[in-house]
Design a protein around this ligand. Structure first.
Ligand SMILES: [Zn+2]
Length: 246
């Protein structure tokens, strides 16, 4: 009996041992297999190669690099849809172009900014659409044209200054001639004034202390008194012309 009991205990211990060593194995293997599993399948990347075309405008010159530039685009497309456009690009900033495969020509027209002339920049690219391509356009100062422009402006400025000086001299001569004519006219007027006494009514006549007539200076009636008075004043005061002297 006791032996049977003991055998039973041994079986129990064995069972426990088995449980201890066997059970965890699948658990362990389970957990480890989870770690080994490849990462959850990522969305399959479409392996269709599709490149993009971008345009990069560069300019060493500060003035040219400042602000957007107009780029004319023409193409000989593969898809038959002709592009003839003008796009605006900021120097130093790559611009992605949504263009399909084809041959593209990019042109930045020559231009003048202030006193600087920039040469035309042109670049043609054969874009096959399968990989990224960047077209570069470099805006450069046209030294020769810039110098020619400076010379031309200097010549224009000199001509302008000369014309201005001439106009000023003419105006001054005219002003002087006018001043002379005015002075002459004034002198003439003064001469005429001096030559001809003023023809006013303020002729002087003479009255006496008691008489009611006015007289010329030579009248014999003025022997006792001879008071000068203007003709208009004499008439205003009621004096009448003397019959002897008038
Ligand atoms: Zn008189």
């Amino acid at each position: 009996m006791a032996q049977a009991k003991r055998r039973g205990s041994v079986r129990t211990i064995l069972l426990l041992l088995v449980l201890l060593f066997v059970l965890p194995t699948p658990l362990l293997s389970c957990s480890s297999s989870e770690g080994d599993e490849p990462p959850s399948p990522e969305p399959a990347v479409e392996s269709v190669e599709q490149g993009k075309l971008s345009l990069l405008v560069s300019a060493d010159d500060e003035a040219a690099a400042d602000g957007p530039l107009s780029v004319d685009v023409t193409d000989t497309p593969d898809d038959g849809e002709k592009i003839n456009a003008t796009i605006t690009v900021s120097p130093g900033e790559p611009l992605d172009l949504n263009y399909g495969p084809g041959s593209y020509t990019f042109v930045i027209a020559g231009r003048t900014v202030g006193e600087t002339v920039y040469a035309e920049a042109e670049s043609t690219v054969e874009f096959d659409g399968t990989h990224d391509q960047t077209v570069s356009l470099d805006v450069q100062v046209d030294d020769e044209a810039t110098k020619a422009l400076a010379d031309q402006r200097a010549a224009e400025e000199a001509a302008r200054a000369q014309a201005e000086a001439e106009a000023q001299a003419r105006a001054q001569a005219e002003a002087e001639a006018q001043a002379r004519a005015q002075a002459e006219a004034e002198a003439e007027r003064q001469r005429a004034e001096a030559a001809a006494p003023s023809q006013t009514n303020e002729r002087t006549v003479y009255i006496t202390r008691t008489g009611e007539k006015y007289h010329e200076s030579w009248c014999s009636s003025l022997r006792k008194s001879k008071i000068p008075i203007s003709l208009s004043e004499a008439e205003a005061q009621g004096y009448e012309p003397c019959k002897n002297c008038h």
